[in-house]
Design a protein around this ligand. Structure first.
Ligand SMILES: [Zn+2]
Length: 336
């Protein structure tokens, strides 16, 4: 078995232990189809079960399953009894599970028997004995005449196989309806453990929901406890202190308050730089004009001098801001 699958099965069985109280050795009810499939695909009953369940397994065969197996066997003319089937392991390996469905202990239909063992009470729908169902899709045996040359015999055999398939399907879907019934299934040549059925999953989620609820309530208690503490602090001894606390509480985003400042600062810088560039260009124009007219050149020098004078007077930041569109710009532009 691949590591991934065995890990998955271990997880599933762990969930059955947690949710429904399963424990090793796991009790496995095997049916006639399962035994046929195990034999057909040359599996070893107990090792295969234990690999699938990832733990110790104890298989059982119900009396009614045994009756069904024997009823499907051809009769030995010498003893006038059915041949012991090859696919039926010895009782040491597969003990009988005694079941009694009526007063005279006559076996009943195998599927009905298995379902009564898996779910003794349809009102409570509980797998009290923690049984695991091991079943399979029906496999035709050599004496089933599915490949008979006689069309009539073949049709009869095919009808019998179809009936077995329907019964096998009914068994599995009924077993899935009972919460907490693990199902082992042989499909083709692979033994699989079915994932949680919807009813089983619902029970599992119900358990986890209550756990979640408890966790949620505990978390809410902590939160409300903290809130109460905060409220107590806010309703402090004196009114002014209360106001201060209220102010503190009302300014919860110092970072968001700082951020716009940081964003605003570079903008004027950039604007200032742009302005400076413009001015440089203007002054270049001015110098170009200087070569044309001396008077205008003098004005440009004056302008520059004035600006230097200003920047020397005031702080760099103020100049940067003032250069934008401040009132300080007024006289300069007036000079121009
Ligand atoms: Zn029975």
């Amino acid at each position: 078995m691949r590591a991934k699958r065995s890990k998955k099965y271990r997880k599933i069985m762990h969930q059955y232990e947690l949710t429904f109280g399963f424990h090793e050795p796991y009790q496995v009810l095997v049916d006639s189809n399962f035994l046929r499939a195990v034999h057909q695909f040359k599996m070893e009953l107990i090792p295969a079960l234990e690999r699938t369940l990832q733990g110790k397994a104890k298989p059982f065969l119900s009396k009614c399953s045994l009756a069904a197996i024997m009823a499907a066997q051809p009769i030995n003319p010498k003893t006038n009894k059915p041949y012991r089937p090859w696919h039926l392991p010895p009782p040491t390996e597969l003990p009988l599970r005694h079941c009694s469905h009526n007063d005279d202990n006559t076996p009943i239909d195998e599927v009905e028997c298995l379902l009564s063992l898996l779910c003794p009470n349809t009102d409570t729908m509980r797998n009290k004995e923690h049984y695991i169902l091991a079943t399979a899709e029906p496999v035709a045996l050599p004496h089933d005449d599915v490949k008979s040359d006689n069309p009539k015999t073949r049709r009869q055999a095919e009808a019998l196989m179809e009936e077995r398939s329907e019964k096998a399907l009914a068994l599995r879907s009924a077993a899935r309806a009972v919460p907490g019934v693990p199902i082992i299934y042989v499909k083709r040549s692979v033994m699989v453990l079915e994932p949680f059925s919807t009813p089983s999953e619902k029970v599992r989620l119900g358990v986890e929901k209550s756990k979640f609820k408890i966790g949620m309530e505990a978390a809410l208690d902590v939160v409300s406890g903290l809130k109460r503490k905060r409220d107590d602090e806010e309703d402090g001894p004196s009114a002014p202190s209360k106001d201060r606390h209220a102010k503190k509480a009302k300014a919860p985003n110092p970072l968001s308050m700082k951020k716009p400042k940081r964003r605003e600062k570079p903008k004027p810088d950039e604007q200032g730089k742009r302005k400076e560039k413009k001015r440089e260009e203007e002054s270049r124009d001015d110098t170009a004009q200087d070569t044309v007219a001396d008077a205008e050149g003098e004005q440009a020098v004056k302008k520059k001098r004035k600006r230097k004078h200003k920047s020397a007077k005031s702080e760099i930041g103020a100049v940067e801001v003032g250069d934008g569109s401040g009132p300080d710009e007024g006289p300069v532009s007036a000079d121009e």
